[in-house]
Design a binder for this molecule. Structure first.
Ligand SMILES: C[S@@+](CC[C@H](N)C(=O)[O-])C[C@H]1O[C@@H](n2cnc3c(N)ncnc32)[C@H](O)[C@@H]1O
Length: 247
């Protein structure tokens, strides 16, 4: 099934894919500044948490899906020193920024290759990666079951998916405050920092339409993953799911 990622309603995949390419090709150069401003710096803390939870070692070959400007790739490189990282994204302009950071030494000596790849249809062989990372990727994908099936296919048996995504705060008071921020202030900040209000109206809607922690875990289990766990970040504004391909 394919959905409109802004609403969760059934829709042709092209609708969301075209929109996401349009948004990220325009904001690529301002994307990192927006993250820093809108999350009050929490974004970096969540990335470090992701690395702490990632079962990635020095001999591992890692695939980063929806890698964007490379924040996850470079955090994993700096903190975990895997053997190699394949940093992929649907939008070439986002990877151009990542490549620029790489050339300036952001990977701390870990070899990284960059490739334009749709996470829902990957050009990699079965069982080719020890671990897969994905931050803020699956929410933007209209064919989520297909993406999870692809991730399972290219992971080696026993390998892990580590997925950071916006989620739903379980505490009602915190959730109300956060939803107000999301609905009214995110489009405002997005407009101030990038000049693209529409892109941030989309961001806000897609977060509100996205499955909560338990529902995402269930989707992963339905796709065939086992040992699915999650940790909340900042009271559930985001969550890090770790899921394993059966050994
Ligand atoms: C919010 S950014 C996250 C980038 C990066 N992971 C980070 O943490 O900064 C979302 C990224 O998902 C990418 N994306 C959206 N749909 C995709 C797809 N089907 N396959 C691969 N990447 C996709 C976008 O191009 C964009 O770079």
């Amino acid at each position: 099934m394919s959905i409109d990622t802004a609403t969760g309603a059934e829709a042709p995949a092209e609708l969301s894919s075209t929109r996401v390419k349009d948004i990220f090709s325009h904001i690529a150069k301002k994307y990192e500044r927006f993250n820093a401003v809108s999350s009050f710096g929490a974004y970096k803390v969540w990335l470090a948490r992701m690395a702490h939870l990632a079962p990635i070692g020095p001999n591992d070959d890692v695939l980063d899906i929806a890698g964007g400007t490379g924040d996850v790739t470079f955090t994993m490189a700096r903190m975990l020193h895997p053997r190699h990282i394949q940093c992929t994204d649907l939008v070439p302009e986002m990877l151009d920024v990542a490549r620029m950071h790489y050339e300036r030494g952001a990977a701390h000596g870990v070899p990284v290759d960059f490739e334009v790849v749709d996470g829902q249809n990957m050009p990699y062989a079965n069982e080719s990666y020890d671990a897969i990372t994905m931050a803020y990727g699956i929410r933007n994908m209209p064919e989520r079951e297909r993406a999870l099936a692809e991730i399972l296919r290219v992971l080696k048996p026993g390998g892990h998916l580590v997925c950071l995504e916006f989620s739903t705060p379980p505490n009602p008071a915190w959730r109300t405050l956060y939803l107000f921020y999301l609905k009214h202030l995110i489009p405002f900040w997005g407009n101030v920092v990038t000049g693209d209000r529409e892109g941030f109206v989309y961001l806000s809607k897609s977060i509100r339409a996205f499955p909560n922690q338990r529902e995402l875990a269930h989707m992963m289990e339905q796709a065939g993953f086992v040992n699915v766990t999650w940790k909340n970040c900042t009271g559930g504004i985001a969550a890090i799911h770790v899921a394993q391909k059966p050994a």
